[in-house]
Design a protein around this ligand. Structure first.
Ligand code: RNT
Ligand code: ZN
Length: 428
């Protein structure tokens, strides 16, 4: 007897075939799209430096769910657990302060591939790619709130050196894995209150970036992205690296533009920016996030905006020029579940977009039949995409439906709870 998953799939397959959509082909296509999973969801953006500073830079993690990863091994175990519950082959996104330091205080301007060899070996075994980020926050030299745009030449030089090192490490990782690394440059620089000079910090940021990118690295191994932001906690009035600043920078230097869905005014969406920005920059990096009232970095849900982002990428054929990454950090729920929920949602949104009868909808639009456009768009929402999703999960050897949750709960009881027991024992 065929399973209910198979029965549902066969019915859905026929329903889509009637619309001219080949579900088997779609599943193959979806399997080729990777989502970059942010390491910082696993440990509340703390990193592994032996003399760690508190999180700074206008970003904040709230919540104290037990079981935060405290070492690279713990983080890798959590990543592996999450990856085993998500269909498809994905990537991980590392910040520069997640190296392996062996207790040695190696400052950010002195890091090298040596601190990332463990990550490379692990990624090789998992057959996944790595993305990278210089870490220009949570450090005494970022205490003034300015890094690459600092008026202090020594501070500026320190962060330029850190970013150069980060790109070099990324290039080495790319070479070792045979997979391109995307290195994303974000700095928190800005003022709480209204500045008297908005220009000079931006000139310094531009020059610092030019100095960083002066070193040529084979684009086969490393690509650079720049990430703008509207405001941060404590930088409410002025952000040096604003949208216009980086859009101009990315276009004039032909860098990747990073669009973070939490970095704009609350009613402004990045789905509408994709087709504009991609006319002028070679490729895009997305930080898919969910702001709630502000850039709160909630776990992404299957929202209208996530679906709209996926539609833009799929319907315009932009998947080849876009690197999808997640950027949220919620410590109020199980962190492994946070990855699983967000990454599965991103994949579901892509699947829904791939299964939409977009040709018919666009035909209606071109004919000026906006009634049909709206009707078809709305009907498309309730097509049986979930039956294809279940089949896809089964095909990829991961749990179907909510059954992944039991595995996370079991992991929490055994692995994560043991971490807390150890912490308590150590404190005694
Ligand atoms: C901050 C940016 C940035 C960070 C990570 C940790 O607002 O979104 O991408 O979230 O680099
Ligand atoms: Zn971001």
């Amino acid at each position: 007897m065929p399973s209910t998953i198979d029965q549902s799939y066969q019915l859905a397959k026929q329903r889509y075939a009637d619309l001219g959509i080949d579900t088997d082909k779609v599943m193959k296509k979806l399997a080729g799209v990777s989502v970059s999973m942010q390491c910082w969801q696993g440990d509340d953006v703390m990193g592994f430096e032996p003399n760690a500073s508190a999180l700074s830079g206008g970003i904040a993690v709230t919540g104290n769910h037990p079981g935060r990863a405290r070492t690279p091994d713990e983080l890798r175990a959590d990543f592996a657990k999450a990856l085993s519950l998500i269909p498809g082959r994905h990537r991980i996104n590392l910040h520069a302060f997640y190296g392996e330091y062996n207790g040695k205080a190696i400052d950010r301007d002195a890091i090298s591939i040596d601190q990332f060899k463990g990550w490379v070996a692990w990624a090789k075994a998992q057959k996944i790619g790595i993305d990278f980020n210089p870490t220009c926050f949570a450090h005494p030299k970022a205490a003034s709130g300015f890094t690459l745009s600092s008026a202090d030449k020594g501070i500026r030089q320190f962060w330029i050196e850190h970013c150069k090192r980060s790109r070099e490490i990324a290039g080495e990782i790319g070479k070792a894995l045979g997979k391109t690394v995307v290195t994303n440059h974000w700095v928190p620089d800005g003022y709480k209150d209204v500045p008297a000079d908005r220009l000079a910090p931006r000139e310094r940021l531009r020059d610092s970036l030019d100095a960083i990118f002066a070193q040529k690295i084979d684009p086969k191994f490393n690509l650079d992205a720049v990430e703008p932001k509207l405001f941060g906690l404590g930088t409410e009035s002025y952000t040096v690296g604003s949208h216009e600043f980086y859009l101009g920078y990315a276009i004039s230097r032909q860098k990747l533009m990073c669009l973070d869905s939490g970095h704009f005014h609350p009613t402004e969406v990045i789905s509408d920016k994709i087709s504009s920005v991609l006319q002028y920059v070679p490729e895009l990096l997305l930080h898919v996030s969910r702001g709630v009232r502000w850039d709160s970095d909630h776990v992404i849900t299957l929202s209208d905006e996530i679906q709209a982002i996926a539609q833009e990428l799929v319907w315009n054929g932009f998947l080849d020029r876009t690197h999808i990454g997640l950027d949220y950090f919620d410590a109020s729920i199980n962190r492994v579940a946070a990855w699983v929920i967000g990454t599965r949602n991103m994949s579901k949104a892509l699947l829904m977009a791939m299964l939409s009868p977009v040709a018919q909808i666009r035909k209606a639009e071109a004919a000026g039949d906006y009634t049909s456009r709206l009707a078809l768009l709305e009907e498309a929402r309730s097509l049986p995409w979930a039956a294809v999703w279940d089949r896809y999960c089964e095909q990829q050897g991961v749990p179907v439906g909510e059954s992944w949750l039991a595995e996370v709960k079991a992991y929490e009881k055994t692995v994560l709870a043991a971490r807390c027991a150890k912490t308590a024992a150590a404190a005694r």
